[in-house]
Design a protein around this ligand. Structure first.
Ligand SMILES: *[C@@H]1O[C@H](CO)[C@@H](O)[C@H](O)[C@H]1NC(C)=O
Ligand SMILES: *[C@@H]1O[C@H](CO)[C@@H](O)[C@H](O)[C@H]1NC(C)=O
Ligand SMILES: *[C@@H]1O[C@H](CO)[C@@H](O)[C@H](O)[C@H]1NC(C)=O
Ligand SMILES: CC(=O)N[C@H]1CO[C@H](CO)[C@@H](O)[C@@H]1O
Length: 334
């Protein structure tokens, strides 16, 4: 992650300071396309002739979602540079971003995944097909054969991210509750994760070594747990004011049936940003009283914001500070 930023900054500076030698991926018109690239745009960008520029090209080309066909072509070009997928250096694999959506399922088995940073880059949401995810999971299991779910540290869990959704129910159950607790924020927004997996995470969350009984959860804990609340037997067990902590980024992974199961009081404690993040489909799954509760928040808090009141932004700053302090404490205290 940090490596990527250092690289981005360096390459950005080089764009600014060196406009004489035209580099293949420096082209601003390419950067401005936001992933809407054509075959012609990407031709010869990743090739042996331009090997010194590959890292920069990967960063620029993979930063936005790509059409599958374009991602596949870029991947094929990269394999060609190294002859086989096995020989692509991990520091380049880590920069693939959305290009990885173009990796054929069978090629995942060839990838070198010895660095946890490489696994972390494949653990991000890239809308992989089922075959791709299964193959990726297999490759990780093969290369981590010495490590089972009960050995996973919080760091491993955070890196695996979306890959956890392809694990067996029993694998998730074997994770140590404390490791889950420390990684909770990294697992709070998993996309399209099977309900049975989320249920296992919710069981871990309610363990005494994690967050304990849901009736005692606070807003800060809800901020960390996020969508995993949808694996509880009943979301109504959570105190209404704890919902103030539910992040806007967690709204997208809350299934309609969980929203429908929430009480009016719980819904009225959602933050303005969480309410604003509700999709049209989510809103229309609510009944009339529930919608009124949500609209009330949008009206009162929304108008306070329009009046220039500092309430929301101060609140956000406060909760970020608290969250960071809390995360540091929970990592330091064994
Ligand atoms: C992956 O490995 C297999 C077997 O080692 C090899 O036949 C195949 O060509 C490799 N695929 C790529 C894309 O390198
Ligand atoms: C994910 O990929 C599928 C097909 O592979 C596509 O239909 C769907 O729109 C994609 N979703 C997102 C959010 O990109
Ligand atoms: C995962 O679970 C299925 C059935 O639930 C089982 O057939 C399969 O062997 C399990 N895989 C692993 C790797 O344990
Ligand atoms: C900067 C650089 O080396 N660009 C080269 C990239 O590759 C194409 C074709 O392979 C060349 O035409 C560029 O000159």
């Amino acid at each position: 992650m940090s490596l990527k930023w250092v690289y981005l900054s360096i390459s950005f500076l080089s764009v600014v300071h060196r406009d004489v030698a035209k580099q293949p991926c420096d082209d601003e018109s390419l950067i401005k396309k936001n992933g809407k690239l054509s075959r012609e745009d990407i031709e010869d960008l990743i090739s042996i002739d331009n090997q010194s520029q590959i890292k920069m090209c990967l960063i620029v080309l993979g930063k936005d979602p790509l059409e599958t066909e374009i991602a596949e072509l870029l991947w094929r070009d990269l394999v060609k540079v190294y002859t086989t997928a096995d020989d692509i250096p991990e520091d380049e694999l880590q920069l693939l971003g959305w290009i990885s959506k173009g990796i054929p399922a069978s090629d995942f088995m060839n990838l070198s995944l010895t660095d946890i940073e490489t696994i972390a880059s494949f653990g991000k949401w890239r809308n992989y097909s089922k075959e791709q995810v299964m193959s990726l999971k297999q490759a990780i299991e093969d290369q981590w054969s010495y490590k089972g779910p009960s050995d996973f540290s919080s760091y491993d869990l955070a890196a695996l991210g979306q890959v956890l959704c392809s694990f067996n129910k029993s694998h998730i159950a074997a994770i140590k509750p404390f490791a889950y607790k420390v990684a909770a924020a990294d697992i709070s927004n998993l996309v399209n994760c099977p309900q049975e997996i989320i249920r296992e995470f919710a069981l871990l969350a309610t363990s005494r070594d994690a967050f304990g009984d849901p009736s005692g959860w606070t807003a800060i804990q809800i901020a960390l747990i996020g969508c995993v609340i949808s694996g509880l037997d009943s979301v109504r067990d959570i105190q209404p004011d704890a919902f103030e902590g539910l992040a806007a980024s967690s709204m997208q992974c809350l299934p309609n049936n969980v929203l429908q199961a929430m009480s009016i009081e719980q819904l009225s404690h959602l933050s303005l940003s969480a309410v604003n993040a509700l999709t049209h489909a989510q809103l229309s799954s609510l009944d009339r009283e529930q919608i009124r509760a949500v609209e009330e928040t949008a009206k009162t808090l929304g108008s306070a914001l329009n009046d220039g009141c500092c309430f929301t932004s101060r609140n956000a700053a406060w909760s970020t500070v608290t969250l960071i302090a809390y995360l540091q404490l929970s990592t330091l205290i064994p």
